[in-house]
Design a protein around this ligand. Structure first.
Ligand code: OGA
Ligand code: NI
Length: 349
């Protein structure tokens, strides 16, 4: 039990992080110029005359890439940088102070773990080059007592960040709902009523980026993910069969759809696979906020998104807890998870 950030700077990649050849990134996928410009959407106009335009841009980017970045999103720079500082300070604390929180128990509301994944698709206890602080961040009042008292600024900074990012998510989901032809409050309530999760991902600089990954290829599980990736690149998105890099933009958020949203929209918006490559020059820290359903919530293709004859529902109904269980079983593999809920329509001739 050790975090990567506490290893004495290794000269070469420790064996247990070396991925089997077929899982490693290709050399040409580690270049910085891989950063194809992902659409950047300015949200400033979204509350006024520009609303239809912004909705159009979100739908277009969502359908083409499943990912986009937003700027002028209303979350103050101080709030973003303030929490990023607190989180970075957390990772700088002495080893013992962090290991107090070490746990591999997924239901723990505040825990630290280090890049190991054991699952049905990744056998042999494959390890990735990532330390992670995984916590529940919203509703703040209910969850705050689980957060650490050290560093001293942590609770206050996280509280501010969580409230603002939750509000951004609500605004984005209204725009998305309108873009889909749904009632603008469609996602409010149970579909987004679960406790919001956060991954604070810390990727120490890596002695050999060509032999490992920070996060394996996966799709996110819930409705929407809002990511602050800071100023170091590393996030890559699958686009037309190739990995493309997401260019870092100061104080922007990267937004992507989760598997839950893909199924609710009957496949109109897709939950695109992504991964993280490591970097030998700099450490990288990202903060992912994941908006979730209630555990008891019934989830399935929205009525408006299906039509009995021409566009039947592709997925059966399921609950929030079933979704979480399925995600654990399939280790975030998009196809395997969707298959668990897919309805196979037989053609009558
Ligand atoms: C995640 C994730 C990407 C990143 O936490 O699910 O995909 O850039 N993070 O760290
Ligand atoms: Ni992800």
């Amino acid at each position: 039990m050790k975090l990567i950030c506490d290893l004495p700077s290794p000269k070469s990649l420790p064996d247990k992080y070396v991925l089997p050849p077929e899982k490693r990134p290709c050399d040409n996928e580690l270049r910085d110029d891989l950063s194809v410009a992902l659409p950047v959407i300015d949200l400033r106009g979204a509350m006024g005359d520009g609303r239809r335009q912004v909705i159009g841009e979100i739908m277009e980017a969502g359908k083409e890439f499943g990912f986009f970045q937003v700027v002028n999103h209303g979350v103050e720079e101080d709030v973003i940088q303030g929490f990023r500082e607190a989180a970075a300070e957390f990772f700088r604390m002495p080893e013992e102070a962090k290991l107090k929180y070490y746990s591999n128990e997924p239901n723990n509301p505040f825990r630290v773990f280090s890049g190991s994944v054991t699952s049905h698709t990744d056998t042999n206890d494959i390890r990735y080059w990532r330390d992670c602080l995984k916590l529940r961040c919203y509703p703040v009042d209910k969850l705050m007592h689980h957060w650490p008292l050290e560093p001293e600024i942590f609770r206050e900074r996280l509280a501010k960040y969580a409230v603002e990012v939750q509000d951004l998510a609500r605004r984005l989901l209204r725009l998305i709902a309108e873009g889909l032809g749904l009632d603008d409050q469609f996602f409010e309530g149970d579909l987004t009523g679960g406790e919001t999760m956060m991954n604070v991902n810390y990727y120490p600089s890596c002695p050999n980026p060509s032999l490992t990954l920070g996060i394996r290829p996966h799709s996110d599980r819930y409705i929407l993910t809002i990511l602050s990736q800071g100023d170091v690149s590393g996030l890559q998105v699958k686009h037309k069969g190739r990995w493309i890099g997401v260019q870092p933009i100061d104080n922007a958020f990267v937004v992507n759809f989760g598997l839950q949203l893909e199924m609710v929209t009957n496949g109109v918006l897709t939950s695109v696979e992504h991964r993280v490559v490591t970097n030998s020059a700099k450490a990288r820290m990202s903060v992912a906020t994941l908006i979730r359903p209630n555990m008891e919530c019934r989830i399935g293709p929205a009525q408006v998104m299906v039509d009995g004859d021409t566009n039947p529902p592709k997925y059966r109904d399921f609950t929030g807890s079933e979704l979480i269980e399925a995600y654990e079983t399939t280790a975030g593999n998009r196809e395997a998870l969707l298959e668990m809920f897919r309805i196979h329509h037989t053609k009558l001739c």
